[in-house]
Write a protein that binds this ligand. Structure first.
Ligand code: ADP
Ligand code: MG
Length: 252
């Protein structure tokens, strides 16, 4: 296999919450262009790890590098502007606004025109807004109110809002949580398409093993804050811990 370019690197990340070590010496390489799943039981430290990467939670020890630049202590907005973006759920949607307006606001933020909060024209940045909605297949929902969308479409809209930042690496914490499996598959298909067509690297946390094994290039397994394995889906499926935790038995 040819040498892989590493886009994101964590080195020995440790995060304590009181006496609890939420991440224990996590060193992980994410390859440019891959779709990488992070799995592990509840409380394993998956969300904490993502938050440390974008410095929403500061690690007690360790370093994070994005495209070779150390970002460990950079403020989250600066990390996002570099192209390392985490998708935030629900809370980031303006529920009473339309999809169009939600994306418009995200673009205003990107263009640093946030004080133009009430755009002078309703169709301000229309082409750009429609382009972003098109990526997630939601052009036809443009003038629907966010609160009235199906849960799955709300997840899509959140992803679209994050895409307005033009990420190089997109991080998603359980993008299909609370969504029916068929719709979850559609969301993952869209995410894979994004990765391929726009060359966006994706790191996602997921608890549905069918989705994990169908939609990732590589998988990392966390347990009690420790990274147990990072490997291809085929190899992770054979991993003893994964067999015990997810398939209720040892390898045959
Ligand atoms: P996961 O996303 O894998 O379910 P988390 O990263 O959310 O796990 O949590 C890892 C551990 O850290 C859990 O035991 C959780 O209770 C604890 N934890 C997470 N955030 C905090 C916090 N802000 N304060 C105290 N404990 C926390
Ligand atoms: Mg979590």
């Amino acid at each position: 296999m040819s040498e892989q370019k590493v886009i994101l690197k964590t080195e020995h990340l440790v995060r304590w919450f009181g006496a609890l070590k939420a991440t224990n010496d996590v060193s992980l390489d994410i390859y440019d262009g891959e779709v990488h799943a992070i799995i592990g039981p509840n409380g394993a430290g998956k969300s904490t790890l993502m938050d440390e990467i974008v410095n929403r939670t500061s690690p007690n020890e360790g370093k994070v590098f994005f495209n070779g630049t150390e970002i460990t202590k950079k403020p989250p907005y600066e990390i996002a502007n570099m192209g390392l973006c985490k998708c935030f759920q629900i809370s980031k949607l303006f529920a009473s606004l339309t999809c169009f307006e939600n994306i418009q606001i995200a673009l205003l933020k990107k263009h640093k025109k946030v004080y133009d909060f009430v755009p002078k024209r309703a169709d301000y940045l229309k082409d750009e807004v429609m382009q972003v909605l098109d990526i997630v297949g939601m052009q036809h929902n443009a003038y629907e109110t966010a609160a009235l969308l199906s849960y799955g479409d709300q997840r899509r809209l959140e992803i679209a809002i994050t895409l307005a930042m033009e990420p190089k690496l997109l991080m998603l914490d359980e993008p299909t949580a609370g969504v029916a499996r068929a719709e979850g598959y559609e969301i993952m298909k869209m995410i894979r398409k994004l990765a391929q067509e726009r060359h966006i690297t994706v790191v996602f946390i997921e608890h549905d093993m069918e989705i994990v094994f169908n939609y990732s290039d590589r998988i990392s397994v966390l347990d009690h804050g420790t990274l147990i394995a990072t490997d291809t889906p085929e190899n992770i499926r054979q991993n003893d811990f994964v067999q015990q935790a997810y398939f209720g038995g040892g390898t045959q």
